[in-house]
Design a protein around this ligand. Sequence first.
Ligand code: MG
Length: 252
Amino acid sequence: MTPLADAAALTAAWQDKAPGRSPHVLALDWDGTLVDLAEHPDAIRVPPSLPSLLNRLHNPPGRVVLIISGRARDDLARHLPGFAGVLLGNHGAEALGTVPPCAWRQMISEWARRVPGVWLEDKGATWCVHWRSVSAVERPRLLNEVQAFLDAAEDPVYRARWGHMALDIVPRAANKGTALAAWLQQHIGADWRTQALVAALGDDATDEDLFRVVEPQGLAVQVGDREPTRAAFRLPNPTAARRWLADRAEGA
Ligand SMILES: [Mg+2]
């Protein structure tokens, strides 16, 4: 694994950049970043202290927390009762309004139905094909099948994005990075890059779009050992991410 700057270096960079910039924004992915991944999206375990930690970090106008996830906004809200910060769901697709139907939808759901261990998660504006429950022996064949499907399929509106043992089907216009940039532009202003300090934490390939948007003025933090990444910093797992955030809540 490529060594990246660690939690201590991240804290030093945060403390170096923070003075004179406002607000301080934490743009956080959810699964694999704040909570451990689970066999099924409904099976995640949310640490009881997490909602209050996030609320302590969200204290506008000086401190803002945005959760930017592939989950639907309502799903995030269900896991974070009382969260006062900002929830951007479905990779930002929910902000796009009505999107035309996906030509792949039927083909994908039929395929998912006949392959044991594969299931299709309907998140409203996006879909996700999961194969975490497929045995390791079966996975290479499965991935070849998925790749063959993608090579043959074309959809002007939707695209497929590989995730962690999952394939996200999202509108081409939806992107976590553009969703974050649009929010920052609307709520802070066109000069948000120089006014605000933004740190983005994420574990998956779709979080690279967040990293691209916050760099170089902000901080891009890969959670976990995924490679390659454009992030300059790495926290090893969600526990370490929550610990780093808890230190920020204490004002360190
Ligand atoms: Mg994630």
